[in-house]
Design a binder for this molecule. Structure first.
Ligand SMILES: C[S@@+](CC[C@H](N)C(=O)[O-])C[C@H]1O[C@@H](n2cnc3c(N)ncnc32)[C@H](O)[C@@H]1O
Length: 200
């Protein structure tokens, strides 16, 4: 998929989905719990110095801030809409020297590999083609992954692209695990309409 097609995809999506203010959707407790899950399950409580991260759909970037507050991070790339990125900039004001921000239209400018790929409650709100594009573009370049997938039926026409994600997990990672809200993540995550994937 080239840059032009992606730009159209984003515009189509943006016209169909009601944009909420990031403050409404990015709940502090959930994002801190996501940070706990990342540390515990992706890094086995051992964080590497100079970790590099890409996050798709960070909202107001509270998860990024929690990780910055607690760990050493050398590069954190955020991809979201311009309004969300403005909010993220405020949240991450102490860390902007290590933060890069891109809108979906600019995604092909993002190069290099990452230690960790994060996306929470974002991709199932986008068309299947966009989800597949993100998986194929960034998962081969990421050593570890943490995805919280919204599985709520009120998503409307968009749903998680489970097949593309499963193929990507099998193709690009040595091991992966999926949890649903009924097992051990139940106490870790405040939102019950989600699956969590961790891969290494
Ligand atoms: C429900 S919010 C979740 C925010 C945050 N990750 C959290 O867990 O609280 C979904 C976020 O994904 C962003 N988003 C939607 N479509 C996107 C796309 N195509 N690329 C990147 N981000 C997108 C939205 O703007 C919003 O910030």
């Amino acid at each position: 998929m080239n840059k032009k097609e992606l730009s159209t995809l984003w515009q189509n999506w943006a016209q169909q989905v009601k944009f909420k203010d990031a403050a409404d959707v990015s709940q502090a407790k959930g994002q801190r719990q996501a940070a706990d899950a990342i540390l515990k399950y992706c890094f086995d409580d051992k964080w590497n110095d100079n970790t590099t991260i890409i996050e798709i759909g960070p909202g107001n970037a509270l998860l990024a801030k929690t990780l910055f507050d607690r760990h050493s991070i050398s590069r954190y790339v955020l991809v979201d809409g311009p309004r969300q990125l403005d909010n993220a900039k405020k949240t991450l004001s102490n860390y902007l020297d290590r933060v890069e921000m891109y809108t979906p239209e600019q995604i092909s400018n993002i190069t290099d590999n990452f230690d960790l790929f994060i996306s929470c409650h974002c991709l199932p709100e986008t068309p299947n083609e966009y989800q597949e594009f993100i998986f194929k573009t960034f998962l081969p370049r990421s050593k570890k992954l943490m995805i919280e997938q919204t599985i709520s039926s009120n998503l409307g026409k968009y749903v998680p692209n489970v097949i593309a994600l499963k193929h990507a997990l099998e193709d690009y990672f040595t091991s992966y695990k999926q949890w649903n809200c009924n097992d051990e993540f139940k106490n870790l995550c405040i939102r019950s309409h989600q699956n969590i994937y961790i891969a290494k």
